[in-house]
Design a protein around this ligand. Structure first.
Ligand SMILES: *[C@@H]1O[C@H](CO)[C@@H](O)[C@H](O)[C@H]1NC(C)=O
Length: 219
């Protein structure tokens, strides 16, 4: 067998990347989630018997009303087309979320560990941005009809700067993008992340104060 020239190795890695960064491809036309199964655990959700599948498994109305923002300290709420809400989406590698933000609120700095995201502003005006892994900050003001894309894993936010309620639709290339809200992940973990004071160059008292405000228990 002829050996590959060394120069072709980087190309091989590039060719492999799409197969290792997206959700795995579906192995059948569909795999409607059996959302009641409590006995089988694996990557994704098990499939309903195709003979039990109907049209209603492929539609949902969960996005037709505002997400619940009450009680949220940042004044936002999210509803996502999870496989529980939309069983037909199981294994498709996509999801759509509706994000409502009250006047003066924001979707605070957060990351999605498993998905790139595009956001289409439906109502209002938002100041948005993300920070890449070299700490470069990219920001734009976006208004109704505008789209902002956020690369997977980058810290990003959207602040409502419009004089009223606003909302957006956010699409993901994962059925389960994950949502890690940076201030909560950092200062409201249970138990506390020990060396936060040094990491943020603040006092232990400040750490306790922030943790208390953000709802971290103990420490
Ligand atoms: C909205 O969220 C609040 C706080 O979590 C909760 O008390 C309330 O029941 C929710 N309302 C609806 C309609 O789900």
């Amino acid at each position: 067998m002829a050996s590959l020239p060394l120069s072709s190795i980087p190309l091989l890695f590039l060719l492999l990347i799409p197969t290792i960064t997206a959700d795995p491809d579906a192995l059948q036309d569909f795999c409607v989630a059996d959302t009641k199964s409590s006995t089988t655990f694996f990557n994704g959700l098990p499939c309903l018997n195709p003979s039990e599948v109907t049209g209603k498994h492929f539609t949902t109305s969960v996005l037709n009303k505002p997400a619940n923002t009450s009680g949220n300290p940042f004044l936002y709420g999210v509803t996502i087309t999870s496989p529980q809400a939309l069983p037909g989406i199981n294994t498709m590698g996509i999801a759509l979320a509706r994000v409502d933000v009250e006047k003066g609120g924001q979707v605070p700095a957060h990351t999605h560990p498993r998905a790139d995201e595009y956001v289409c502003i439906m109502e209002g005006t938002f100041n948005g941005g993300f920070v890449d892994s070299n700490n470069n900050y990219y920001s734009q003001t976006v208004k109704a009809g505008d789209v902002f894309v956020f690369p997977r894993g980058t810290i990003h936010f959207l602040q409502n700067i419009h004089d009223g309620h606003g909302y957006m639709l956010a699409g993901f290339n994962s059925q389960n993008p994950g949502l890690a809200v940076t201030p909560l992940q950092t200062f409201a973990s249970n138990p506390a992340v020990p060396p936060l004071a040094q990491a943020f160059q603040i006092s232990e008292k400040d750490v306790r104060k922030i943790r208390k405000k953000l709802g971290g228990s103990g420490g």
